[in-house]
Design a protein around this ligand. Sequence first.
Ligand code: HEM
Length: 466
Amino acid sequence: MSKSSTHVEQATTKATSTSSQYKSPPRLRSHGLLGSASEMQRDPLKFLREARQYGDVVRMRFVFSDAYLIYHPDSVKHVLQENNRNYNKDLFTYKIFYPFLGHGLLTNDGESWLHQRRLMQPAFHRKRIATYGTIMTDATVALLERWQSNSQQDSSLDIAKEMMNLTLGIVGQTLFSLDLSDETNMIGPAVTTMLNLLGHYIYSPFPPINVPTSRNRRLLAANRTLEQVIYRMIAERRQQNMDTGDLLSVLLSARDEETGEGMNDQQIRDELMTMLIAGHETTANALAWTWYLLSQHPEIEQRLYHEIDGVLGGSIPTLEHLPDLKYTNMVLEETLRLYPTAGIFGRKTIANDELRGYRIPANSMIVISPYATHHHPDYWPDPERFDPDRFTPERSADRPHYAYFPFSGGPRMCIGSSFAMMEAQLILAMIAQRYQLRLVPGHPVEPQLLVTLRPKYGLQMTIHQR
Ligand code: HEM
């Protein structure tokens, strides 16, 4: 943020009648209608980094509401876990997703969220997701075969796009046993269009979705396409009435413990849309960043090869191998520290609260950023350095739990975290077993925080047989 347009006021101790012992946190001053939102929109990562210099809790105006940026692991723990009942998602940043995700788990709140989360949880039980392992490895085998000709021709590919197609294919198979790479299938392109446009829509939701601009029309058209396919599938499956082992089957058979009621079509539609949107871009970008970081750190790449070759001995990994692929996991954890692909999210306070001695009034927006906390120098010495050894059990034990939270935490923690880590570990091991990826010289690499934290210009890389 430029000092000319924004400056900080020192913490004040002005008392309010409700919470007189607490002071107000340092406040970013901003001009303009949208407050700090416009600066945040211009370059969210820079904004988050620079605002931290003013303290661990920073107050600002965000459009029409007061917002508090929190950086300290204790504050994050308080909001997400210890006092989570005092925080909800009643924010426009979630509401603008309603036309697309409806009341799926990500956007839902309160009792209705809790009810749905209980119904959905079995779909993400370790035993259930273990059955998806071969879907993940089969999809990766197909990718390795496809890359064979690229590795011989020295031609480059956009690896971010490749990872996106791979994880979209996997989510299609695991959600509804559908091959999304099939050209006749409308879902793949519609999801891609929707993700791209939603990324921009979240930062500039004007004109609102009901105004027929070109962007809004394309967004709604993609939404309709997805909806039609999903509703048709739900109807077919209800008729067939059999468990095909995918997530849709789990949702169709889920029953409320007390009432015995299942989900209606609208609820299943909302949950499937949410999984399609939440369930692949985040993982794809985590993998894309891993390839970039490995290409810049050959000594870490060699250690990774050493582990993978030793553990797998040339075979395709299975879930039994995963506990032994420890360094592989540490590489992924460190990537998600540097580039947490869900880099920012929010909450609203219900009643007055207190964070690190500062007063936080009811109805305030709380901005939580794994990206900002993961770069906090008090917990991560030399925070920009890629160093998977930060995640040895000993060093992890020395840190507060919420110094690292790429999947959020508390009751609303990502339901797909085990799914994502299992998928990323299998894919990373299989690709690194066979290929080495190198960035095309001169290709610009810049992180961009839209819905997810992605490489702004993609990642043009060449593929080499190891
Ligand atoms: C590296 C991959 C992933 C990352 C970094 C990630 C991160 C997150 C984060 C930070 C949240 C909390 C968001 C908030 O509170 O606003 C979240 C929620 C969620 N994620 Fe993920 N996620 C990943 C993969 C997945 C996958 C694979 C799925 C599904 C297959 C998934 C489904 C969801 C859902 C449904 C929620 C909402 C949960 C609730 O509120 O009950 N995510 N994720």
